[in-house]
Design a protein around this ligand. Structure first.
Ligand code: NAD
Length: 319
């Protein structure tokens, strides 16, 4: 099959692109490189630098594409509060432009990378796809709007649509921007480099950390399967870990002690988040196969940015 991945030079996108070409599929990537790095892509992937809001570029790239993975987005929750217009322009406007271009070219299917951020603070855990979202940030609003545009326009234009609500994905190659870095690589970086891990809130707030290989498996199934039109499907690990637990796991895997600074005033916002995976099991035959300890071990082993701090130390074996 022929795939186009928007935002395909980013963290999730490059893992997806590289797995697809390894499976013998043809993959094009469109990415403006505002965050991604094309050097992470397998040489068999055809890379084009450009903006997902550039309709003429999309018309060219969509030619003979069977399925689009729409990942291009701005992805920082706190940054979205500061720059909501950017999040609306790219995450919502980019999605509408893509759907119009798919109509123009006659592209058959789109898989949207949506986010568990739309659930907000839910009392009942694990959360399933039927709960009423709590849109607490512009990022969440933009992802929910993107889902609705994909489904609504898909129904009008005859495009098959599916949205995966991804929980906290982590793994090797995840960007570590100085402002608003994602929690897992930030904790690893601070622990291996001997820096200070700043923990917000009481440390007991939980998230569902899902290893990148499991996310990619779910995305690939969503691109292949029939009978899942118009569905939203959770993609997580189906487990929850507190920030304190995450730090302890990183300490165990690296054999290093964390220097922790607590900032209890500033809370992490959402108290608990864990995916109900019943729908993913039944529609995608999805069962995450990586525990947090295994995923952290692989992340640290496979990412040269962390390894350079650990050599010639050895990671504990048997993890
Ligand atoms: P990322 O920042 O690594 O990837 C996003 C990519 O989109 C980057 O390569 C960036 O350069 C590109 N991009 C941004 N604006 C663009 C534009 N206007 N035109 C073209 N390309 C553009 O983030 P990621 O973690 O890989 O996330 C990928 C997708 O998955 C996003 O849609 C995100 O909302 C979603 N998601 C991620 C997570 C997670 O935990 N990583 C969780 C839920 C949802």
């Amino acid at each position: 099959m022929n795939f186009l991945i928007t935002g395909g030079a980013g963290f999730i996108g490059h893992h997806l692109a590289n797995r697809l070409v390894a499976l013998g599929e043809h993959v094009r990537v469109l990415d403006d490189l505002s965050a991604g790095d094309p050097a992470s892509l397998d040489e068999r992937v055809l890379f084009t630098r450009g903006d997902v809001r550039d309709a003429p570029k999309l018309w060219t790239l969509l030619h003979s594409i069977d399925c689009v993975y729409h990942l291009a987005a701005k992805v920082s929750v706190p940054q979205s509060v500061l720059y909501p217009r950017d999040y609306n322009d790219i995450n919502v406007g980019g999605t509408v432009t893509l759907m119009e271009a798919m109509r123009a070219v006659g592209t058959r299917r789109v898989v949207l990378a949506s986010s568990a951020a739309i659930y907000g603070d839910q009392k009942r855990q694990p959360v399933d796809e039927a709960v009423v979202p709590q849109l607490l940030t512009p990022y969440a609003v933009s992802k929910f709007a993107a889902e609705h545009y994909v489904f609504t326009l898909g129904a009008h234009y005859g495009v098959e649509t599916v949205a995966l609500r991804i929980f906290n994905a982590y793994g090797p190659g995840q960007a570590l921007p100085p402002a608003y870095p994602p929690v897992v690589p930030q904790v690893i970086q601070q622990v291996v480099s001997g820096g200070t891990v700043v923990l917000f809130g009481n440390g007991r707030q939980t998230r569902d950390y899902v290893y990148i290989d499991d996310v990619v498996t779910a995305l690939i199934e969503a691109g292949r399967r029939t009978g899942i039109d118009h569905q939203v499907i959770n993609v997580g690990s189906g487990t929850e870990a507190s920030v304190d637990q995450l730090v302890r796991e990183v300490e165990t895997v690296t054999g290093r002690n964390a220097h922790i600074l607590r900032n209890e005033q500033q809370s992490g916002g959402v108290a608990r988040l864990m995916a109900d995976l019943d729908k993913a099991h039944s529609l995608l035959d999805y069962s995450p196969s990586t525990t947090l300890a295994q995923g952290l071990q692989r992340t640290i082993t496979l990412d040269a940015r962390f390894q350079r701090f650990l050599q010639p130390d050895r990671l504990p074996s048997g993890k």
